[in-house]
Design a protein around this ligand. Structure first.
Ligand SMILES: N[C@@H](CCC(=O)N[C@@H](CS)C(=O)NCC(=O)O)C(=O)O
Length: 224
């Protein structure tokens, strides 16, 4: 059986979406990053980047959400696209653009120890720009790869569900096509089952000093 290491962040959630869509059997193993569980020697041997998600499939060990999506789609022959060039391009665009810029945008708005307007403006602007590229493409086709739902749509869903937090409360007004896709995916039975994962384990919710130390170790050397 697949072993799926996860927390409730956007990157694990998009992998959970694939697992549920494909009806694969898996063991969901919580990695509570606010408690520092990502730094055990055992977990680091699976994911040297000390983040979630990771996946073990027999002898195959995977980390990084988009790599896992591609691996699972290829292995199971599901949710792929015929245009491999476009599939890879959008997957890398999401991995290098949507994910990091969204993450930094939330970080500087919600977690930074001081308000840094320049950083907030830069990351929010770039995140908005990346989402607008997706929105423009979705104005012309139902799904990112055309007529069929694929791993690219799943990869987008991870972060795009959180757009009001990444950008601002009214952000959907300018991203109508993307909202249509996110709402459609969220209403799918597989996505509803993903949400059940949020009840399955008691993850720590307090962002206290220990959680900050585990999740933002760079702050330890920050003198302001
Ligand atoms: N590039 C990685 C990023 C993984 C990542 O940042 N995961 C977040 C959850 S969405 C995490 O584990 N955060 C905990 C931490 O930063 O300590 C991927 O796509 O899997």
């Amino acid at each position: 059986m697949l072993q799926f290491y996860y927390n409730l962040g956007p990157n694990p959630m998009k992998v959970a979406l694939f697992l549920e869509e494909a009806g694969l059997e898996y063991e969901a193993i919580p990695i509570d990053t606010r408690k520092g569980e990502q730094f055990t020697a055992e977990y680091l041997s699976i994911n040297p980047n000390a983040k979630a998600p990771s996946l073990i499939d027999g002898e195959t060990v995977l980390f990084d959400s988009n790599a896992i999506l591609l691996y699972l789609a290829e292995k199971n022959g599901q949710f792929m696209a015929t245009d491999r060039g476009q599939l890879l391009s959008w997957l890398m665009f999401i991995a290098s653009g949507i994910g990091p810029y969204s993450g930094q945008s939330v970080h500087f708005q919600a977690y930074a120890p001081e308000t840094l307007s320049y950083a907030i403006n830069r990351y929010r602007f770039e995140a908005q720009r990346h989402y607008t590229i997706l929105d423009d493409r979705l104005a012309e086709r139902p799904y990112m790869m055309g007529d069929d739902y694929s791993i690219i749509d799943m990869a987008i869903w991870g972060w795009a569900r959180l757009i009001p937090r990444v950008l601002d409360a009214n952000a959907w007004d300018d991203l109508r096509n993307l909202k249509r896709l996110v709402d459609e995916i969220t209403a799918r039975p597989a996505a509803e089952r993903v949400m059940e994962l949020t009840e399955k384990h008691d993850f720590k919710t307090e962002q206290d000093a220990d959680a900050n130390r585990y999740m933002f170790p760079s702050n330890a050397s920050y003198t302001g």
